[in-house]
Write a protein that binds this ligand. Structure first.
Ligand SMILES: [Zn+2]
Length: 407
């Protein structure tokens, strides 16, 4: 009798323990933010694969794919339009749809699209970009096909088992090219943002993140414009501000406000995720990884940067681009075919670590290994036999035909 009661007690304890562990694991949501995904001319050229008779960007993301896939939500800035051919780099970008296919395959869940290149290919570029992302199942915000979609899709809600995080996206401008009806691009406008944030706060969110395209290019430190808007967003109750555009990294600052213990985090600039810019500082970037944990209150659990460097190299009569996780490759000289490339990456690491050591508060370096194992990624729904780009091309073709008929 006694031993039976011990057995029941132990069983109950075991069940409670499992319930507790499951509950603890479930109450967490993880993010990885990536900087600017650029599409310069040489990158387009390098993506052409003769054997496939198609563009293919898979190798760009390969070395960081596991890392990107390990979080619940990987979010990057798409700084090109997917406007269809002719494909062009700077100054008015249009990249092959295959760039977005590779983003999806690598585990990128969300692309923000409001940046100074949003209007590079006019309304068609904005509309087609959104359609391609939709066809691939990549979530997005920042630019919209029309005002109705802006009303319903502006606030992107990212949710995982009881934690609800909102995402908004704005840009300082669009290189002087105005968007025209029916399209819409979110510009940094305090009246508009205040309204959006007020609406977001009615959605019962646990946290609100704003991804902003801002700042002066090639400056290591934020300017007064960035600081002003950062303060404005903080005053509106935003929890996290993620920045991009300067093409170099800028500081990451964490603070806990004394009065209300509210956490606020700013990443002023993530730098380039991938580009053809090869000068020191522009040739690399940083990812920002964090997670929110719910334990009565929702609080930041991890907050760390992971350095990346763009490895551009020649092999088999063509150029190749790869985004390397710096901390994985810094002692692996044999990986590089050229001593100069290895040295260039070392120089970038030295610069980035020294800037962050000097300027960051509360954000330190994380290892580029998948840290947070969760039940996020069901297998990516991309089948070799039906590539999404074909699906989207078919749709466009159908649309083009309908338009023609209308005329
Ligand atoms: Zn930009």
């Amino acid at each position: 009798m006694v031993s039976l009661s011990i057995f029941y007690r132990k069983t109950l304890k075991f069940i409670l323990c499992i319930f507790f562990v499951q509950n603890t694991i479930a109450q967490e949501i993880s993010f990885l933010f990536l900087g600017d995904i650029m599409g310069h001319g040489p990158q387009i050229k390098a993506a052409w694969d003769d054997s496939l008779n198609s563009y293919n960007y898979d190798e760009v993301f390969k070395p960081v794919e596991q890392l990107i896939s390990s979080v619940d939500f990987a979010i990057a800035n798409l700084e090109v339009t997917l406007a269809g051919p002719p494909y062009k780099g700077y100054p008015q970008f249009s990249s092959p749809d295959d760039l977005a296919v590779a983003c999806k395959k690598s585990g990128i869940d969300v692309l923000v699209t409001a940046n100074n290149h949003s209007c590079d290919r006019g309304s068609n570029g904005i509309i087609r970009t959104v359609k391609v992302l939709d066809s691939l199942g990549i979530q997005h915000t920042g630019t919209f096909k029309n005002i109705q979609e802006r009303d319903s899709l502006n606030l992107l809600i990212l949710e995982k088992k009881g934690i609800k995080v909102g995402l908004l996206n704005y840009t300082y401008g669009t290189n002087g090219i105005k968007f025209s009806s029916p399209t819409y691009v979110n510009l940094l406008d305090s009246t508009l943002i205040k309204k959006d944030i007020d609406n977001a706060h009615k959605q019962n969110l646990d946290k609100l993140i704003v991804f902003v395209h801002w700042g002066a290019e090639y400056k290591d430190l934020p300017n007064s414009y960035q600081k002003k808007y950062n303060q404005f967003l903080k005053d509106q109750g935003v929890d996290m501000v993620i920045g991009a555009h300067p093409h170099v990294i800028q500081p990451m600052l964490y603070e806990k406000q004394k009065a209300n213990k509210k956490e606020f985090l700013t990443v002023y600039s993530l730098g380039n995720f991938v580009s053809n810019q090869r000068d020191l500082r522009k040739d690399g970037g940083a990812m920002f990884r964090c997670s929110y944990k719910k334990n009565k209150k929702v609080k930041l659990k991890d907050k760390e940067f992971i350095l990346t460097w763009v490895h551009k190299f020649s092999k088999g009569n063509k150029m190749h681009y790869q985004v390397l996780p710096c901390a994985h490759k810094e002692y692996d000289q044999s990986y590089f075919s050229s001593q100069a490339d290895y040295k260039q990456m070392q120089n970038y690491i030295t610069h980035a670590r020294s800037l962050y050591k000097r300027e960051n508060t509360g954000v330190s370096e994380g290892r580029p290994i998948p840290k947070i194992h969760m039940d996020k990624h069901e297998p990516v729904e991309i089948h070799a036999s039906v590539p999404p780009k074909i699906i989207s091309k078919v749709n466009f073709l159908k649309e083009a035909k309908t338009k023609k008929r209308k005329r």
